[in-house]
Design a binder for this molecule. Sequence first.
Ligand SMILES: [Ca+2]
Ligand SMILES: [Ca+2]
Ligand SMILES: [Ca+2]
Ligand SMILES: [Ca+2]
Length: 295
Amino acid sequence: MISSSSFANVAEKKTMDIYKENNMPTPLPSIERNTHLTLGHSLNNNSEETEYWAVLVGINDYPGQSNDLPYSINEISSFENALLHGENWLPSHIQVLSDESASREGIFDALEWLDEQEDENDVSVFYYVGHGSQDYGVNESLSVYNSKIYDEELDIQLDNLEGRVVIILDCCHSGGFIEELGQMKRVILTACSKDEIAYQVDDLKSGIFGYFVNICLGKLTKTAEVTFLCSWICTIYYTIQLSEEYNEDYTMHPKIYDGCFGPVKIIKRNSLTPVSFQQLLPFQTQHNSSKIWKL
Ligand SMILES: [Ca+2]
Ligand SMILES: [Ca+2]
Ligand SMILES: [Ca+2]
Ligand SMILES: [Ca+2]
């Protein structure tokens, strides 16, 4: 039986090793450097002034039937629940957009609302679950209800925000947003690399990466960075198992860009909910009975 805290430590160490072995392009600060920067950060920034804000977008129903998805809204609801279990979140600080309200205009309006609320001391989260697309292998976009929002357009909207921003994208080609969105004061977590497909599965009632983000943040982790480390290792393990039963194209490689000194806290929580290894990594699942959907 592996305890949840030792799992987090093992996941963190293992992940750092894999970062080094693969020369991954967005280096994470070492654990020691993180500690040091966290201390420095708290001296400069009165954390009591930090407020937390979120815009959460999930699209199940697209016009027509051929593009509909089953679990985007479920994933967003799980994330909202995880936030509201933290001691630092209020329902009035979270705007949820689903289906037809997740139009191009609706999302731009919500990001304007976010800017009106947040200031330089605050942390904002933008979380998107739905289809993502790529034109000619270069430009990535969110396939929102009625249109597209290109990576460059999202960057322009997010440039209005003064505080730190955590961007979580659970969609196909999501890694391709890092080129345009990566800058200081942002942490970007993506379900897969630029050229990969992401999936929702029946077994998890969620996108795969988002499932692990939510279970980690809901029970085990507090910061964007450690949530990524745990979700990254779980996603790779889970999708490698998918690939044994289907083919290797199913393996997803989540990406992180970290433009913030020290860890960015999403959840403030004093007590830790015990979580078993099986809850984090449902290896016992029979994937061949599970339906999957491309994002
Ligand atoms: Ca539909
Ligand atoms: Ca603002
Ligand atoms: Ca791009
Ligand atoms: Ca950081």
